[in-house]
Design a protein around this ligand. Structure first.
Ligand code: AHM
Ligand code: MG
Length: 377
């Protein structure tokens, strides 16, 4: 049951609005704020305003006595960057942000491309926080160092600032992907490339933000996957999809079928099979948005399989291991799904380069098993 499905004020006093699930609202209504000697509104953990991302993080932090607050602090900066990017994405057509870097807007100012804007928003929000020692971004060729005026923190952040950026100009869903590792290099010193070249299995937390019909932040620390929907009126992410579980099998396949003639015959056979009805099987539906975040968000919630195999143009696959495939594999596995490069778990691949690519087969465990059976025939 979503904790924060609809943002419906049920009654209003001079100072109080009540939001939340029907149960929480009922509890709150037992005791309007204007009553004298109010009775309890219920167990302390049930909040009549819903669970914000900040509260969710603080609750987790309190359950870990050794936690220093660094992780929570880093996450708050990521969430701030997501709010700023989401706000700019939603105004993309209005603010003259569309277009190539190098053009000028009506004020005669330099127009920044939205993916450059997203990249610099994350870098400048996170670098000053003192929680990371180095960052890796799809938009930046080399590791991003933390300027010497800021502390060198204990975490390593990798991100794709605006995934699916080809969708910006047509108002379709795009997203931000990120993962967090602990540093390997000595504390207090600048981070190194080695800090960035860590396998997904060592991820501390990963997540994505999808900028769609509503904006959502989905994250995991490996135990479960939780989704938060952004309320622009309040300026907060609220828990809306606790403990997301990917269905064991879905009914959707997601692949750029326009590449059919560039694929290996075994991938062609799988696609031929999955869309052909048989006595025991209905044909799967094809859905492909062209933004990994959006395609995998649907896969997490509805099930099915997302595939970007190697092809004759992209001989190592197209998607990037460190800031696309690994964080998504971490989330899919934490939700009970499977994520493979065709042979191995994506999470166990030891990266050799910052912008390394990998084939991707992810989603419902039974659907991934089917495609791997064909791919390895
Ligand atoms: P990018 O926009 O960050 O470069 O991401 C690459 C995108 C993925 O989001 C998406 O799954 C894929 O490339 C789509 O590729 P194609 O157009 O070849 O199907
Ligand atoms: Mg991308």
């Amino acid at each position: 049951m979503p904790h924060y499905g609809k943002f419906t004020p049920t009654w209003q006093s001079s100072a109080t609005l009540v939001f939340g699930t029907p149960g929480a609202i009922r509890s709150a209504l037992v005791c309007p704020a204007t009553m004298k000697n109010p009775t309890s509104i219920g167990p302390a953990q049930v909040s009549p305003i819903g669970t914000t991302l900040e509260r969710h993080l603080l609750d987790r932090q309190r359950r870990m006595p050794e936690a220093t607050g660094d992780f929570t602090g880093l996450f708050q900066q990521i969430s701030l960057a997501a709010k700023i990017i989401g706000s700019r994405v939603s105004k993309a057509g209005l603010s003259g942000i569309l277009g190539r870097t190098g053009t000028t807007n009506v004020q005669g100012e330099q127009v920044q491309k939205l993916d450059d804007f997203a990249n610099s928003t994350i870098v400048s929000t996170v670098e000053a926080g003192g929680h990371v020692c180095v960052m890796g971004s799809e938009e930046v060729e080399q590791p991003i160092q933390i300027p010497p005026q800021y502390p060198q923190g204990k975490y390593v952040l990798q991100f794709d600032p605006l995934d699916g950026s080809g969708n910006i100009d047509i108002n379709a869903s795009i997203g931000t992907i990120f993962s967090i590792h602990r540093r390997l290099s000595p504390d207090g010193e600048p981070g190194t490339l080695k800090d960035l070249l860590q396998p997904g299995i060592d991820i501390v937390a990963a997540g994505y933000v999808v900028y769609g019909s509503s904006n959502m932040l989905v994250y995991s620390t490996g135990d479960q996957v939780d989704g938060f929907t952004y309320d622009p009126g309040v300026g907060e992410f609220f828990l809306s999809h606790p403990n997301i579980k990917v269905p064991q099998r879905g009914g959707i396949y997601s692949i750029n079928e326009g590449n059919y003639h560039s694929w290996d015959k075994r991938i062609q056979s799988w696609v031929d099979w999955i869309k052909t009805p048989t006595e025991n099987k209905k044909p799967y539906r094809l859905r492909y948005i062209g933004a990994m975040v959006a395609d995998l968000h649907r896969t997490l919630l509805r099930g099915g399989v997302f595939v970007y195999p190697r092809d004759s143009k992209n001989v190592n696959g197209k998607l990037r291991l460190l800031y696309e495939a690994s964080p998504m594999a971490f989330l899919v596995e934490a939700a009970g799904g499977a994520a493979s490069d065709g042979k191995n778990r994506i999470l166990t691949i030891q990266p050799k380069e910052l912008h390394q690519r990998t084939p991707v087969f992810m989603g419902s465990p039974d659907d991934v098993a089917d495609v791997l059976r064909f791919a390895n025939a």
